[in-house]
Design a protein around this ligand. Sequence first.
Ligand SMILES: [Zn+2]
Length: 268
Amino acid sequence: MPELPEVETIRAQLAPRLTGRTLARVEILDPRLTRPFDLFEVAEELEGDRITAVERRGKYLVLRLVSGLVLLVHLRMTGSFGFDPVTHERAVLELDDGTRVVYRDVRRFGTWLVLEGAELEPYLAGKNGPEPLGARFTSGWLTAQLARRRAPLKAVLLDQRVVAGLGNIYADEALWSARLSPLRPASGLSTEEVRRLTRAVRAALRRGIERQGSTLRDYATPDGSAGSMQDEFRVYGRDGEPCRRCGTPIAKARVGGRGTWFCPRCQA
Ligand SMILES: [Zn+2]
């Protein structure tokens, strides 16, 4: 599933091609994409509008339109954008310069939702905490979130209301960097440990963005290039391989229903 670094990479590649362009034709091919709203009505709402900005909030892409409407896209498991014809096309945005922007989604969990501009913040506020690379994501804020929760640390970090945009890969990588066990009760961290974790979350996400995300299974950037973060994973997917800090074999567990990789020795 694309996480913050992958969605940010997609945003950065879409923005220069889409910003300022009019949606000459909008074709939505899968009713699941817009439900409970009718796909033809959604396409009609978008057609003729002009894109003023392509933004990101957590794992959401936000296309702002000159009419004041916004198109909020969540890629879920396998959603992606491209400029070439592909299989599993679920929607096509035809721009006024002839560019064809294709939305592809093999597993069809992605969503497109049109909102009034004023509805966007209230909608996202219920689902997303502060942006982890922004000024509001502080160790003080994270301390308050963790203190209320007895669930394992990793499970709480995956809650989008705690860290917007963080997912399975970057949570494991951040916990390794912070030398914290994913299995610890979230409320048991010291002030110093939360500080370490806050820095590690930011660092893991920044590294992911710098490497244009992780290329696993279905992820592809709109220009067809591949991210390279997977070449640098410290723990994710490395069970049995030596820890890059202490040499102990990396262990795998399930936390909150998700595969979780960690070093049983140096993550305490
Ligand atoms: Zn280790």
